[in-house]
Design a protein around this ligand. Structure first.
Ligand code: IPE
Ligand code: IPE
Ligand code: MG
Length: 235
C-alpha cells in the first residue's frame, strides 16, 4: 500500500438495478439496498485503514435515466447525508462530494455544504462521493481554466481538484473496484486512475460486503506496481 494514510480506493458501485430486477422489485429498491451497502463499506474501509475512499454515486450520464429514478437517487443521497453525517463525525470520516454542483437541486447543495463543514476537522478517512461526475467534463473544464504558464502536471491537478470541489485534494487512485460484472470505467476518475490497479467482481453492489472488500485489498497487496520502471532487483 502507498503509505497507510494515503491509500486511495475508488469504487464504481454497480448492479443495484439488476439486484432489484432479480427479485421482481423496482430499480429504486436496488438503490435503497445499495445505500445500506455504502454505510457498511464506509465503516469497513475506515477499519481497513483506507485513507481516501471515492464512491461513484451518480454519473453525469445518469441524468439520462428516467426522471423517477434520477429523483430517487438524488433523494437517497440527501437522506444519506442527513442520516450519516453525525456518525461520520463520530468515526472521524471527512465527507467531500466531488463533481458538478450547478445542476443539483439547491437543497441538495446546501446539505452537501453542511456535511462538508460539519466533518471538515475529521482526519481518520476521507469519504469522497462523486455526484454529477464526469471525468471528461472535469478534464475539459480544468483545461479551460489553465493558462499557458500553468501547465505542469501538478498545476493541472490543482485545477482538476478545484473543478471537482475536491477539498482537500486527494492523491491518485491506488485501487479501483467495480462491482456488478462490467469491466469498464464509465467516465470515472480517468486522470486519477492512470496507474490504479483494477479489480472487477461480478458481485452486485447491494450484495458487496466487508469480506469482498478485504478480498480486493488482499488481491491488491499481491500486485507488483512498477509505474513504468524496471524493479531494482531485475535491472
Ligand atoms: C449503480 O447501479 C447505481 C448507479 C449507477 C447510480 P445501476 O443502477 O447502474 O444498476 P444496474 O447496472 O442497472 O444493475
Ligand atoms: C456507472 O455505472 C455510474 C455509477 C456507478 C454511478 P453505470 O451503470 O451508469 O455505467 P454503464 O452504463 O454500465 O457504463
Ligand atoms: Mg449500472
Amino acid at each position: 500500500m502507498s503509505g497507510a494514510g494515503n491509500f486511495h480506493v475508488a469504487i464504481i458501485m454497480d448492479g443495484n438495478g439488476r439486484w432489484a430486477q432479480l427479485r421482481g422489485l423496482p430499480r429504486s429498491a436496488g438503490h435503497v439496498q445499495g445505500a445500506k451497502t455504502v454505510r457498511r463499506i464506509v465503516e469497513a474501509s475506515a477499519r481497513a485503514g483506507i485513507g481516501t475512499l471515492t464512491l461513484y454515486a451518480f454519473s453525469s450520464d445518469n441524468w439520462g435515466r428516467p426522471g423517477q429514478e434520477v429523483d430517487s437517487l438524488l433523494h437517497l443521497l440527501q437522506c444519506y447525508l442527513a442520516g450519516e453525517t453525525r456518525r461520520c463525525v463520530r468515526n472521524g470520516v471527512r465527507i467531500n462530494v466531488i463533481g458538478r454542483r450547478d445542476r443539483l437541486p439547491s437543497s441538495l447543495v446546501r446539505s452537501i455544504e453542511h456535511s462538508e463543514a460539519l466533518t471538515a476537522h475529521c482526519i481518520r478517512m476521507q469519504l469522497r462521493i462523486a455526484v454529477d461526475y464526469s471525468a471528461k467534463h472535469s478534464i475539459l473544464e480544468a483545461a479551460r481554466r489553465a493558462s499557458c504558464n500553468q501547465l505542469s502536471v501538478q498545476a493541472f491537478q490543482h485545477l482538476l481538484a478545484e473543478v471537482d470541489h475536491s477539498v482537500p485534494e486527494s492523491g491518485p487512485v491506488d485501487l479501483l473496484i467495480r462491482t456488478g460484472g462490467e469491466r469498464r470505467l464509465s467516465d470515472f476518475l480517468l486522470w486519477d486512475c492512470a496507474y490504479a490497479e483494477l479489480y472487477f467482481t461480478d458481485r452486485l453492489w447491494p450484495d458487496f460486503g466487508e469480506a469482498e472488500l478485504n478480498a480486493a485489498l488482499e488481491d491488491f497487496a499481491g500486485r507488483e506496481r512498477r509505474f513504468g520502471k524496471v524493479l531494482a532487483e531485475t535491472a
